[in-house]
Design a protein around this ligand. Sequence first.
Ligand SMILES: NC(=O)CC(=O)C(=O)O
Length: 266
Amino acid sequence: MRASLIQIAADPDETANSRRQRAASLVREQRGADLVVLPELWPVGAFAYQSFEDEAETPAGPTYEVMAEAARDAGVWLHAGSIVERDPDGTLYNTSLVISPTGDLAGTYRKIHRFGFDKGEAVMMGAGADLATVALPELTIGLATCYDLRFPELFRGLVDAGAGLFVVPAGWPARRRGHWTLLARARAVENQAYVLACGTAGTHADVEQAGHSIVVDPWGEVLAEAGPDEEILTVDLDAAKVEATREQFPVLKDRRLGVVAPDLLR
Ligand SMILES: NC(=O)CC(=O)C(=O)O
């Protein structure tokens, strides 16, 4: 299974539309990949809070339209990163879109853990309420976004829902890059799953982005890591490695939910 992570820049020198066109042409260049991934809120910039209202769209809006055509042309599954979604009731969400090789919307995920504590996304957006997985031919992918990476219980929930690969689009700041790498590896090791974490490059709203998109295997080994600038990481994954790792070192079978989290069993 070949995956390409497109670490596109978040610099404010482009409009959302020109970013969409540029991202679409990069997706088209990935013909031959099975799965292509874009980062969090790349049409807007993850920290461009002042643009959220103006750039909000529906899951079937301009980002989907442009990226669906690109996915179809390239014949790939496309995790199109996330958009600012406006629900019909007016609430904004940080919503990921997964598009099939035929251009259909195969899944959406509203970011559950909102970043910013008492400002930014945390106060401007609603919190997602549902876990999301999408079954690809080789593996089921579990969806999470950026700050979600700090919440291991979400990833365990995705494993219980069948995930063997987590896709994590992000707009992670450079000043916390150490956490990004550590957390991506931790989520892979503890869940014996692949992690494809795709960040943004450049600087947006004065927040320097970490870049350093990373692919980690189910044993926690880093298969590929980008630098800080725009870059495309292409990696071959062995889908069978998920089950093989879980069989050879079956820690997930030793969970004691009845003791440590009885509420989860209700
Ligand atoms: N931007 C995010 O969603 C998360 C983040 O920056 C972090 O450090 O966590």
